[in-house]
Write a protein that binds this ligand. Sequence first.
Ligand code: GTP
Ligand code: MG
Length: 136
Amino acid sequence: SEKAFVMIKPDGVKRGLIGEIVGRFERKGLQLVRAELMQLSSETARIHYGHLQSKPFFQELVDYITSGFVFAMIVEGKGAVKNARALIGPTNPAEAPPGTIRGDYGLDVEANIIHGSDSPDNAEREIKLFFRSESA
Ligand code: GTP
Ligand code: MG
């Protein structure tokens, strides 16, 4: 089966949403196989968001994601990447439907609670970046 990388961002951790969010993945049938509360270095943040380097909000995004603890997770199950993205919802919480994590808990396009890998290849890359000893 497939693995996805999911990360509760600093706003989600600060607001005490870890248990609520982990429960949604578990109830969907995606298994938590590894998790760690961690604070990202700006190097890791810059690599993780490398595809957004040319965006005007890049520095702001790096500052935000390094501003506090994140809860990094590997979830596993059939179609884990697609299914995790479906639980998370669209990037902008203002456009995310109720029932999705961003739709239920977010208001802000930057502080949008949670990250999920957007493809199996990126899931593998992100798992290696955040959990050095893990084989994808
Ligand atoms: P992730 O799961 O976090 O990767 O989100 P995504 O795949 O839905 O969106 P994308 O990879 O395009 O953007 C990564 C992150 O950059 C988003 O989750 C937001 O936190 C942030 N972001 C995206 N667009 C904007 C924007 O227009 N302004 C700001 N300030 N942040 C943005
Ligand atoms: Mg993305």
